[in-house]
Ligand binder design. Structure first.
Ligand code: XMP
Length: 512
């Protein structure tokens, strides 16, 4: 792999993704990892990420110069660039000129390999206090900026290079080209990491792990569990059984999508547990959001567990598939010993006494890579591009008690919003588009000649990177108007449509 050494800023994940976009496999390692351990991973190249703004900052992580005692290609970015310059005998100084944000880069004439043929005055994203004032011996300086006399350097003999700015952020024009020039032209790597190669590798790994044993997987209807199960099925076929708990809180067409389209596309053996009566029975009259979540979580575990035990009696199960993704792994400390932290994420908190070993085929992947894999595996487009949907489903989008009638009303309104978003070609512009039914609020309206006294629904389209923070999506007014007109015309119980214009924070994405 290409190792991205994380010096503590948020840029390491972004760098790792950009490297993968260049079709080269990358992994993030903490800066505290001993050099010997990094080298034991047999890295094709090492990238040093950004971090504190200065190598002189108190507590700034130290770069072990032993890293340079071998011939692995190294690329330093921002803090990594300064740390590299210092370790190799260059000079890093307080020049007094800080640069934050957009800066123009001036490539020095004949700008070497990294910046070859790039235009003068190239906008790049900087964030530094100290500057490299002298490159280490053997390095050619290839660019400067107003605040950074040495903004880029390279040594083609040792295959090391670095830049003061952040090539991984979108604000740096041509940043991806620069990164690729390091990977392909300086480090000599090939763009071979593709969806089909990932599938081949994973299929082999799963076969080796599972042998002839039986495997179970809980499908939530979401992308991650669907792709994980499809991958495992490709590897071991009929040794896999999936369980899908239909709790009656899904959106229009979603249960059918899993039961028909997904099975048709994959040929997976699916055990569907119809549990709507059970869930709605326990939810009757409950209005408190936390109470709703607790009931649904509890019933989910009960139901899945019962189905799993039934299946286990029929064919002894040894493995459970989980759709854990790479960001979960990195955020919970990376690498070893993290299996348990998020291990029950996708099936809604399964108890440990189920005693299955885990298979986590998506552990090294980002969400967009999982989607690409799903497409390559032949899953239906609507399933692969599905927006995130909360485990408790529509129950937390009905403000008030949940019953069948209210669920039907919300499903109808939600379907219209989804149809119009898709028709406008905006599915990929929003992160999620909850529609919320204010079931205990009524307002007066007029329709035809008559007075109505119906319920409002709230449109809550949001844009986000990771759901931790979000902003309300500025959907075109004509799309919103169309949704509003259709909902009030087609759903008799709803006579008013409102738009939620709250960011997160202070609002959460969901209303409950
Ligand atoms: P909030 O409402 O906290 O939601 O801003 C953040 C993201 O998490 C989703 N969400 C859930 N997902 N089980 C889930 O699997 C849950 O209980 C749950 N609650 C919220 C929400 O849809 C958004 O993407």
């Amino acid at each position: 792999p290409v190792l991205v050494v994380d010096f503590g800023a948020q840029y390491a994940q972004l760098i790792a993704r950009r490297v993968r976009e260049a079709r080269v496999y990358s992994e993030i390692v903490p800066h505290s990892m001993p050099v010997a351990e990094m080298l034991a991973k047999n890295p094709a190249a090492i990238i040093l990420s950004g971090g504190p703004s200065s190598v002189y900052e108190p507590g700034a992580p130290v770069l072990d110069a032993k890293l340079f005692d071998n011939d692995v290609p190294v690329f330093g970015i921002c803090y990594g660039f300064q740390a590299m310059a210092q370790a190799l005998g260059g000079t890093v100084a307080h020049t007094g000129s800080r640069e934050y944000g957009r800066t123009l880069l001036s490539p020095v004439s004949e700008a070497g390999t990294l910046l070859r043929e790039l235009p003068a005055d190239l906008p790049v994203w900087m964030s530094h206090g100290d500057s490299v004032t002298e490159a280490p011996a053997g390095f050619a300086v290839t660019a400067s900026s107003a605040g950074a006399p040495v903004a880029a350097f390279e040594d083609l003999v040792t295959r090391r290079a670095g830049v003061q700015f952040h090539p991984e952020v979108a604000h740096t024009q041509q940043g991806q080209e620069m990164l690729q020039r390091f990977l392909y032209d300086i480090a000599g790597l090939e763009p071979t990491w593709t969806s089909s190669n990932i599938i081949e590798d994973q299929v082999a790994a799963i076969r080796a792990q599972v042998g002839d044993k039986q495997v179970i997987c809980g499908l939530s209807g979401g992308v991650d569990s669907a792709v994980a199960a499809a991958l495992v099925h490709k590897a071991i076929g009929d040794q896999l059984t999936c369980i899908f708990v239909d709790h009656g809180l899904l959106r229009a067409g979603e249960a059918e999508q899993v039961e028909k389209d997904y099975v048709a596309a994959t040929g997976i053996r699916l055990k569907v547990v119809e549990a709507a009566d059970q869930f709605l029975g326990h939810l009757a009259g409950v209005t408190d959001p936390e109470q709703k979540r607790k009931i649904i979580g509890r019933e989910f575990i009960r139901t899945f567990e019962a189905a799993a035990r039934e299946l286990d009696a029929e064919r002894h199960i040894e493995f459970l598939v989980q759709g854990t993704l790479y960001p979960d792994v990195v955020e919970s400390g990376g690498g070893t010993g993290t299996a348990n932290i998020k291990s029950h994420h996708n099936v809604g908190g399964l108890p440990d006494d189920l005693q299955f070993a885990l298979i986590e085929p998506l552990r090294t992947l980002f969400k967009d890579e999982v989607r690409a894999l799903g497409a390559e595996l032949g899953l239906p487009e609507e399933m692969v591009q599905r927006h995130p949907f909360p485990g408790p489903g529509l129950a937390i989008r009905i403000i008030g008690a949940v019953d069948r009638h209210r669920l039907d009303v919300l499903r109808a309104a939600d379907l219209i919003a989804r149809e119009e978003l898709t028709a406008a070609g905006l599915d990929r512009d929003v992160w999620q588009f909850p529609v919320v039914l204010l079931a205990e609020v009524r307002s007066v309206g007029v329709q035809g000649d008559g007075r109505t006294y119906g319920h409002p629904v709230v449109l809550r389209p949001v844009s986000s990177e990771d759901a931790m923070t979000a902003d309300w999506s500025r959907l075109p007014y004509d799309v919103i108007a169309k949704i509003s007109t259709r909902i009030t015309n087609e759903v008799p119980e709803v006579n008013r449509v409102v738009l939620d214009v709250t960011s997160k924070p202070p609002g959460t994405i969901e209303w409950e």
